[in-house]
Design a protein. Sequence first.
Length: 299
Amino acid sequence: MLTIPETVAVHAQVAHHKVALLRTPGLFLVRTMLAGAYIGIGVLILATAGGPLDAAGSGFAPLVKGLVFGVALTIVVVAGAELATSAMMILTQGAVVGSVAWGRAGLTLLAVLGGNLLGSLAFAGLVHASGVLAPGTAGGATIASMIEHKAAETNVELFVRGILCNVMVCLAVWCAARLTSEGARIAVVFACVMVFITSGFEHVVANMTTFGLGLFGGLPGATVAELARNVLLVGLGNTVGGAVLVGLAYVHGARPVPAAGEPRAASAAPVGAPAGVAPLPPADAPRRTDGERAAAAIR
């Protein structure tokens, strides 16, 4: 298992490559759209697996939904794609460490959100055309109920649920980066995702697909204005949860604690970086997926 400073160093490298990926807009768009679609897979399986349980009034419906949704983030981590919610943590850590500039980090995050939105809506369009969540199906009823509840939530509720959601999502990605076993990584992703889905927290990219399905299906409560409200408030909440409560917390936790009476050791790493941050590769170095970079760092 990687130490906390080593994991921050890995994320600093990943942040550098996320920002550099913007120099190839076509590749950037594909990877961000794929992430939006992959999270959409989670919404699809949540509705199709949980719908019959909802119809039967089963108390196990939230737990089953939480257990199956983990496939979405697992695909993002294993297949490789650019997801906004984990980028909120990683780009923040990279900016604090000094591997990327704050302005470039913010611009990259907004671009990732835009690509995720396009991918989510494209996937929602395909699912709508397939008819598997059509009105009258158990899954379709679940999607309609989800939209009704999300539209009824107050601004404060959306914001706070967004904070709590991305604490769990970023903990999943953080823990997976520390682990050296692929099986353990998948297990921790499923466990963390299960918590936020079962608890009813709000994930900005998942909601893009949910409202996309509602817009294509003409469901009550699914409007462009409501989608915009949800993305804004949940997105801000996700940013606080991922960037501050996980990202900044672990950068701070990575700082070495000198023994009593000993001076703090000097470091060749960038200002603000924890000990152990590796030098950054040149901008034109071959780009690898986040998983490949993490695996290389572990090795």
